[in-house]
Design a protein around this ligand. Structure first.
Ligand code: GLC
Length: 726
């Protein structure tokens, strides 16, 4: 490829944000702010070249680190790897994989220079972050039309906040979506689901939702419910609600081709499906066999599909997960034909290395094939757009279809919604789960590393399949994973068909007991988790952060196995089999609470430095940062019955700490009209005592707060404050 320096248009988006526009990019709606044209020569930081693609290069310093890139393999520091943004349905997340389900082209270079970069391009983008050349970042955009944003700022968090400012406010799930959720592919019928619900009740394990995977449908057809397996579905939904559980059905991207099936017929009549090169609806096969894919990029098709959710909503459903929306393709006629022809030719042949592997590859690589994506088309504003060039928008726009539908169906209601495929900007419409991981210890650590990277890309409502989707979990893995996941906003246990059962009560009694305590702790923490989540959303901030985002020392900057959760906590989970402890780095003195039963509390001060921490299988180490506090309540069998009249605060105070407790109705969007509770707590260490001040706004629930305050020398004081009636 002959590369040449090219011209671009420059826009000033904000004092510290510059947009460089190449060609005529497809509007992704990733960024909401347009900016003004700006006379400026050249691009900051990067050398840019263009031929049939755009290539950016940046020379790194030996100590530079690179953050971000959302859903990807490897470390929080992305240096050393190649990452390819091309939403991929690949269920084996081995360390060599370059593409997972999301395409999150935001990163921060942090070292000699510090700046953020967002490549707004909906086709393939490859990031070589010091892999081919240890000190070079090379980014290859697979086309010539793209917007590139550079964000300057002093601090890492400041850069992220600026980025959040231009991509817009994130999605607020209902409060019940912060409860524990149980899933499995599949609980096939109403009876099985009732059994699962009863088991949660019998074992006294809190739970808010049970999932309906593909088998709830009739023949895997979207927006249908099998009458055989779910007779009187609306009544069943209601009955489950009475027991305290919400049901969350899956919706897949592909619509089954079947005469007489309403969704298919309407899609054909309305011209709502993606087409092939000849203008006929594009055909691919997924769960139900042959399907068409709705053209979510076309606003009319989007609205049509979004309003289809109404049927299930009218039956009492309040949450959905959108799946297979990369979109996943098992096969197309093209791929199948190629494979079969090759197989026929090979019959009775003496296959040598080349011909045998060609035959094998024809089947192995039949799914999710580039050639298929390249022969599918969208229709936007009267123009035909090749799918491959906008591939990364598909899951985002499917989720947008749903969210826009909900907005029309029930404008002020909050729905649970998350997706498998995603692109930056989708966080305004829903969350994500990280797809088909495995019951591997390595995937607990991957989950931990991914969370802050996803947060940086706007996705605060995120989580992984706790216990692992593929493979077989053992008791210990499920315990340790649950002890980590209880801090993630989406807290769902999900597993694949054929694998070992992994509900919290699927193992021995002792395991059930430990998982019960962990889940109860999650429910006790909801005042903190919800408060921190919503504040992050409203203040354009992160909820889970690498230590480097708060501590600048050289060790903290490179810690890859601990996280900050919200304003006050640091966690150091166990992610190794049979480990009964681990090394922890303390960037400052902290207060350690090893949680077993959260109602029994004891604390230890741990001094700044390296620490080997013993952690029994039943223990969850929680560190309260210096001059910070942790607020929590009591658990309940689900989020709806949580009683927050009494709250507890554990504070670790050197001189003073401040905390803002946030709460709202958890069901409506009234928080946008400033209808929320805010309790501002400040604690000051006085000579003999601690002074507590509380400012109370719109609080009708919390009556008393019980304080346990520990000073830097380990002196503990307890006080209860009765809140003024509002
Ligand atoms: C996909 C999803 C998984 C789901 C399965 C069946 O693999 O990622 O979560 O259980 O499909 O619907």
């Amino acid at each position: 490829m002959g590369l040449q320096v090219i011209t671009m248009k420059v826009y000033r988006i904000h004092e510290k944000i510059t947009k460089y526009r190449f060609g005529n990019p497809f509007p992704t709606d990733g960024v909401l702010v347009k900016g003004d044209p700006w006379e400026k020569e050249g691009m900051d930081y990067f050398q840019v070249e263009q031929g049939t693609e755009i290539r950016l290069t940046y020379k790194m310093d030996s100590k530079d680190m690179v953050w971000g890139l959302g859903e990807n393999q490897r470390g929080m520091n992305k240096r050393g790897g190649i990452y390819v943004s091309y939403c991929s349905d690949d269920p084996r997340h081995t360390p060599d994989k370059k593409s997972l389900y999301g395409a999150h082209n935001f990163m921060i270079v942090d070292g000699r220079e510090r700046f953020g970069l967002f490549i707004d391009y909906p086709g393939q983008v490859a990031f070589d972050v010091g892999f081919s050349h240890t000190d070079v970042i090379e980014i290859i955009i697979d086309g010539t039309d793209a917007d590139i944003y550079i964000i300057d700022g002093e601090g890492l968090r400041e850069i992220v906040r600026k980025f959040f400012h231009i991509i817009g406010e994130g999605y607020a799930p209902p409060k019940w979506a912060f409860g524990y959720q149980q899933s499995r592919w599949s609980y096939p019928d109403a009876k099985t689901i009732e059994g699962v619900a009863e088991a949660f009740i019998d074992h006294d394990i809190p739970c808010d939702a049970i999932y309906l995977d593909i088998d709830y449908m009739e023949g895997f057809k979207d927006f249908t419910v099998s009458e055989d397996r779910f007779p009187d579905f609306p009544r069943f939904v209601e009955k489950m609600r009475e027991k305290g559980f919400r049901l969350v059905p899956i919706i897949d991207a592909g619509v089954k081709i079947e005469k007489g099936y309403g969704v298919y017929e309407e899609g054909i009549q309305g011209g709502y499906f993606c087409t092939d090169g000849e203008g006929k609806p594009f055909v691919a096969a997924v769960w139900p066999g042959k399907v068409h894919f709705p053209d979510f990029l076309n606003p009319e098709a989007r609205r049509w599909f979004g309003l289809k959710y109404k049927g299930l909503i009218d039956w009492g459903i309040e949450g959905f997960w959108n799946d297979m929306n990369e979109p996943a393709i098992f096969y197309t006629e093209r791929g199948l034909k190629k494979g079969i022809e090759l197989a026929k030719q090979s019959e009775n042949e003496n296959l040598d290395m080349d011909s045998f592997f060609a035959l094998k590859d024809a089947f192995i690589h039949m799914s999710n094939h580039r050639e298929d994506y390249q022969s599918m088309y969208h229709h936007v504003d009267g123009k035909q757009v090749n799918h491959h060039e906008v591939h990364n928008l598909y899951g985002y726009y499917m989720t947008r279809a749903a969210a826009e539908g909900f907005e029309e169906i029930a404008p002020n209601k909050r729905f649970l919604l998350f997706s498998r495929a995603s692109y930056i900007g989708m966080h305004r419409f829903g969350g994500i789960w990280t797809g088909d991981n495995h019951s591997w210890w390595e995937h607990i650590l991957l989950n931990l590393k991914m969370m802050p990277s996803l947060n940086m890309c706007g996705f605060l409502y995120a989580g992984a399949d706790t216990g692992g989707f593929g493979g077989d979990a053992n008791a210990q893995l499920l315990i340790r994973w649950t002890q980590f996941s209880l801090f993630t906003p989406l807290f769902r246990n999900h597993s694949a068909i054929g694998g070992r059962r992994q509900e919290p009560f699927s193992f021995d009694q002792e395991t059930t007991e430990m998982i019960r305590k962990a889940i109860q702790f999650r429910y006790a923490l909801i005042p903190y988790i919800y408060s921190e989540y919503m504040k992050a959303l409203l203040h354009r901030d992160m909820y889970m952060l690498p230590l480097a985002f708060a501590y600048e020392d050289e060790i903290s900057r490179r810690v890859e196995n601990q996280l900050l959760v919200g304003d006050g906590l640091m966690i150091a989970p166990i992610y190794e089999e049979n480990a009964l402890g681990r090394y922890v780095w303390l960037p400052e003195d902290m207060l350690l609470w090893k949680v077993d039963d959260y109602r029994e509390r004891s604390y230890e001060i741990k001094r700044k430095g390296h620490l080997y921490l013993e952690v029994g299988l039943h223990e969850i180490p929680v560190f309260i940062r210096k001059n910070k506090m942790l607020i929590f309540g009591n658990h309940g069998r689900n989020t709806e019955v949580l009683d927050h009249r009494e709250l507890y605060v554990v504070a670790f105070i050197e001189d003073r700490a401040q905390y803002v407790y946030y709460d709202d109705d958890g069901l409506t969007k009234d928080y946008k009209k400033e209808k929320y509770t805010e309790i501002r707590i400040s604690i000051e260490r006085r000579e003999e005592d601690f002074e507590i001040k509380i400012e109370n706004r719109e609080n009708r629930q919390v009556k008393r707060i019980h304080f346990e305050m520990v000073d830097i020398h380990g002196n503990i004081a307890k006080k209860t404050v009765v809140l003024a009636a509002q």
